[in-house]
Design a protein around this ligand. Structure first.
Ligand code: AMP
Length: 419
């Protein structure tokens, strides 16, 4: 038997209603805030990620699915989608009119990580990106939408953790302070952190090794190094959030894994998820578009892990959303043609119908299937119905049934549904 690749999984029909519910909520709510969907390829030139995410990040250093195509070009399955969306923004000159561009995407990402619950090698993200403004109201309004999104999905409790990592004016002095703090302890650091110390010392905050974590607990705080513009920007974001009644916690150690972040960074934690409890992350990336060869267009966005979102949904979410309205039970070959006619009639009227032409299967077996699929009604065509040219409609919730000719089927269904 050939099985799916480690870290990649099938989403079976039993689970799909929850995925549809999450995606439908995203489409509806994001549109209300003026976001429009963008779909980019799942593979890109490797250079896009190397430049966009940064060579110093774990993703680029260790986690990318990179391969050569038949012409020897280096391609990479996208490990995240901010760089590809920024590439599309530049390539199609979406900045042309000077407007703010609000985009969102839903789709699979690929990272070579060690699989465990909530961590996959192929996983799906729902993300939004706002290009063309560095106004703190953009940060706050997008965060407000994010909180509304989680609340509409019924995901609680969550913690929104917020920080500012400064900009190219103030970050160098903070970076230097971290290097000065860590260098005397270099010998004690794990191998990864020694590499991080060279390329991006802020990343040491993400280290999971207990000794390193202890060391980082005493490290200088970025909050003490923000320049006056960054501090004012952060104050303003927080003032808007306070005005919206959006609750958050401050954590100066939240630096996020990707190199392109500037100023606002944030994460949402769902304690119910256990070890892999980060539901989403995001922040401001004002230099990204420029570093990819585009204009100086600031950006702000987040990416939610859709798999983790689905895992955190309340059990009742989307329950029954995709149940068929009618299951047809047809006994014997002569029942097939009238069953098909009834199915067609119902579907044309917008009803969802399941009908498997298995005339030899017993009434009991066919009823069990209708029950398993949680159909609201069963339409029975047995010998007696065929002989009389009628149909028996049974409402599953109360067992009430009625016998009607084809022509009255729709009216009867409607009547019984509302009874
Ligand atoms: P990031 O792009 O690393 O900021 O990740 C944003 C969100 O995507 C995380 O908070 C997770 O919810 C989700 N995510 C990242 N990596 C994985 C993975 N390997 N498996 C499942 N979800 C992931």
């Amino acid at each position: 038997m050939i099985e799916s690749v480690k870290g990649a999984r099938d989403i079976l029909p039993e689970e799909i209603a929850r995925w549809h519910f999450v995606e439908r909520t995203a489409h509806e709510l994001f549109a209300r805030y003026g976001f429009r969907e963008i779909r980019t390829p799942i593979f890109e030139p490797t250079e896009l990620f190397a430049r966009g995410i940064g060579e110093g990040s774990d993703i680029v250093a260790k986690e990318m699915y990179t391969f050569l195509d038949r012409k020897g070009r280096s391609l990479t399955l996208r490990p995240e989608n901010t760089a590809p969306v920024a590439r599309a923004y530049i390539q199609h000159q979406l900045h042309r009119r000077g407007d703010i561009e609000k985009l969102y995407y839903i789709g699979p990402m690929f990272r070579y990580e060690r699989p465990q619950k909530g961590r996959m090698r192929q996983f799906s993200q729902i993300g939004v990106e706002v290009f063309g403004s560095d106004h703190p109201a953009v940060d706050a309004e997008t965060l407000e939408m994010l909180v509304a999104f989680l609340s509409r999905l019924g995901i609680e409790p969550v913690r929104l953790v917020l920080n500012s990592v400064g900009d190219p004016v103030c970050r160098p002095s903070y970076r230097q302070a971290l290097v000065d703090y860590l260098t005397p302890h270099r010998g004690r650091l794990c191998e990864d952190c020694r590499r991080r110390l060279e390329v991006n010392p802020l990343r040491c905050f993400d280290c999971k090794v207990p000794a390193d974590r202890e060391l980082m607990a005493g490290a200088p705080s970025v909050a003490d190094f923000l320049c006056s513009e960054c501090a004012a920007h952060f104050d303003s974001v927080r003032a808007y959030l306070d005005a919206f009644g959006v609750a958050y916690e401050l954590d100066p150690r939240l630096v996020r894994g990707l190199d392109y972040y500037r100023r606002t960074t944030f994460e949402v934690i769902a304690p119910s998820l256990g070890a892999q409890n980060a539901l989403l992350g995001g922040g401001r990336y004002d230099g990204l578009v420029e570093s990819l060869g585009g204009p100086a267009a600031p950006g702000f966005g987040f990416a939610v892990g859709e798999d983790r979102l689905v895992l955190s949904l309340p059990d009742a979410a989307a329950a029954g959303d995709e149940r068929p309205e009618v299951a047809i039970v047809a006994l014997g070959e002569p029942a097939i043609a009238p069953a098909l006619e009834a199915a067609r009639r119902l579907r044309r009227a917008g009803r969802s119908v399941i009908f498997d032409p298995v005339p030899d299967k017993s009434l009991k077996a066919q009823m069990r299937r209708a029950h398993d699929r949680q159909a609201a009604f069963v339409l029975i065509l047995g010998e007696e119905e065929i002989a009389r040219g009628v149909l028996t409609l049974k409402k599953m919730s109360d067992g009430v049934q009625a016998t009607v000719p084809q022509a009255e089927l729709l009216t009867k269904l409607q009547e019984m549904a509302h009874a």
